[in-house]
Design a protein around this ligand. Structure first.
Ligand code: ATP
Ligand code: MG
Length: 401
């Protein structure tokens, strides 16, 4: 279904008395920031999430608390909203099919179905002509036995439901691969060759119903234990040649999917001089996320239009303007590890630093590795942004980068 233009701020002129309301599947922090962006533009919002208390449900006008496939829940959502988006890729595709039949739904069920399954995702990336890490699909014992030696050492990843490094096991040899597949309960997997990484980066694009597309410059991302820890967004964070390649690849992937909404593509930058770099080129696509991404949170504070506002604009059929970054930025993820023994981190000391923007997601329980919030440091220069971010990290007990 194509998308009509859903102007915000309708005040019952059409006789229904209903304000223009946008819906989102999922109540996590990405949904929360979508809701906040939509509300600041005058939309009403409705969140569907099974949890009684969720980051997005807490701040939305309406919260429908049902399972994602619950028929009544989906019907209520459709009654409330004029268009629907999603905040995480694991929304069951059939729910998006139901929604998409009745309302403009972006991204589409088809695009989400590809992004939520690494096997389909890799096939799509290969079709799009972008380089991916050498890999093998493992769905049967025969496929496991037939894995070529060249893929080891490698990382075995479940085809579905992985995030933040969960559902992944590193394997140095065949024996470890066999036991890793057992550990992952023999579900469909992808084995990827372990690549020599020099860095990681991501590109976020937004594409409208009419095919118009805008993008943010690539962010450089540092992961720790499989979880994004730091994003550096400023000029000079990576080689301009690779940056151009990354943007071109992300745009191609979005075009090939006929994608509508915000899409993030994550990349590996390979070590120069490695044989993998010689055979694959300097840049390899890791994966894509059919939604705004953690590595784009800095856009809230450092750009004239954020990834969440672009999600609202794509969904509502509003014009997309090419984002302009007005400040150098460093984003630090705030994981539950910081709430050591239940103590609150020293936000007062952190907020005394210039250019610090604190975002907490309203989660009421901290646990190791749980994303509780993030902070973005903005500054006039990359050096200032980095040094203030290092000072904030030091106050909080986050390792330097
Ligand atoms: P998320 O969805 O949170 O981004 P994920 O669980 O889907 O993460 P991946 O992005 O596949 O996991 O991998 C997590 C991290 O593990 C990567 O960012 C990278 O640091 C490392 N990694 C993954 N695959 C490879 C590979 N083939 N070679 C080297 N390092 C890798
Ligand atoms: Mg990833």
């Amino acid at each position: 279904m194509s998308g009509p233009i859903l102007l915000p701020g309708a005040i019952g002129l059409n006789g229904s008395g209903q304000p223009t309301t946008l819906g989102v599947m999922g109540g996590g922090q990405l949904g929360r920031m979508f809701v906040q962006a939509a509300q600041s533009m005058g939309y009403f919002t409705v969140v569907l999430d099974p949890d009684v208390i969720s980051p997005a449900g807490l701040v939305s006008h309406y919260h429908i608390q049902t399972d994602y496939l619950d028929e009544q829940g989906l019907t209520q959502l459709l009654q409330r909203c004029a268009a629907v988006t999603t905040e995480f890729e694991n929304v069951p595709a059939p729910a998006l099919v139901t929604l998409g039949a009745a309302r403009p739904t972006a991204p589409s069920a088809d695009a989400v179905a590809i992004a939520q399954d690494r096997i389909k995702e890799k096939a799509h990336l290969a079709r799009s002509g972008v380089p991916v890490a050498p890999y093998a699909v493992i769905e049967t014992a025969a496929q496991l036995a037939a894995v070529p030696d060249a893929l080891l050492p490698g990382i075995l990843k479940t085809a579905r439901l992985g995030y933040d490094g969960k559902g992944q096991v590193r394997c140095r040899n065949r024996a470890e691969l066999v036991s890793a597949w057992d550990t992952l309960k023999n579900v469909p997997c992808v084995l990827e060759q372990m690549l020599p990484l020099a860095a990681e980066c991501s590109v976020i694009v937004a594409r409208g119903w009419d095919g118009a597309m805008v993008h943010f410059a690539p962010q450089r991302n540092l992961h720790r234990e499989g979880i994004l820890a730091v994003t550096e967004a400023f000029e000079g964070n990576m080689s301009p040649v690779l940056a151009d390649q990354a943007v071109a690849a992300a745009r191609t992937i979005a075009e090939e999917l006929n994608y509508v909404g915000v899409l993030c593509v994550e990349f590996f930058v390979l070590q120069e001089g490695s044989s993998e770099c010689a055979s694959l080129g300097g840049l390899v696509v890791n994966e894509m996320a059919p939604r705004p991404h953690n590595s784009g949170h800095y856009t809230l504070d450092a750009c004239d239009v954020s990834q969440f506002e672009l999600q609202v604009r794509t969904l509502a059929g509003l014009p997309l303007t090419q984002p302009r970054q007005h400040s150098a930025a460093v984003m630090l993820n705030l994981l539950g590890d910081l709430w050591v023994d239940g103590a609150t981190p020293c936000w007062d000391q952190v907020l005394a630093l210039p250019g610090v923007h604190l975002h907490l997601y309203g989660k009421l329980k901290a646990s190791k590795g749980r994303k509780m919030g993030h902070l973005t440091v903005t500054a006039a220069t990359p050096e200032q942004a980095r040094s203030t971010a290092l000072a904030a990290a030091s106050v909080l007990g986050i390792a330097p980068f």
